[in-house]
Design a protein around this ligand. Sequence first.
Ligand code: CMP
Length: 139
Amino acid sequence: ALERTLSIIKPDATRRNLTGKINARFEEAGLRIVAQKRVRLTKEQAEGFYAVHRERSFFGELVAFMISGPVVVQVLEGEGAVAKNREIMGATNPANAAAGTIRADFAESIEANSVHGSDSLENAAIEVAYFFSQCEIAG
Ligand code: CMP
């Protein structure tokens, strides 16, 4: 089915000027970037976005990292977009990411892992709505 998923190009990737290379991976895989904006997240926005991880030991560092530079938040659309994006990204820890994935090729560490992607269709809807209003998405 045609799905939408929320993607974030993280500060380690914007710092290294990798947004175009990462977007090319999405487009080559048949995902369409139907919304996109480059923003500097506030601490409150980052904490709210990662609220499910609030009790994890790495939460404070994760939030600090996500506000350490600009990010590109985007909506990707395509057939099975949620799973397809996770396949293109590779495993959370780049040490475990399959060859040819974004994280295998670009990530610096489990924290500075270049991209975020929604982990389910249900969370995708929540995460897209967190950053975008309907009128900002052009499918
Ligand atoms: P992301 O998909 O954005 O969701 C939560 C993020 O926490 C994850 O990617 C990692 O970048 C980050 N993170 C940092 N440390 C860890 C860890 N030990 N285990 C899992 N995720 C971590």
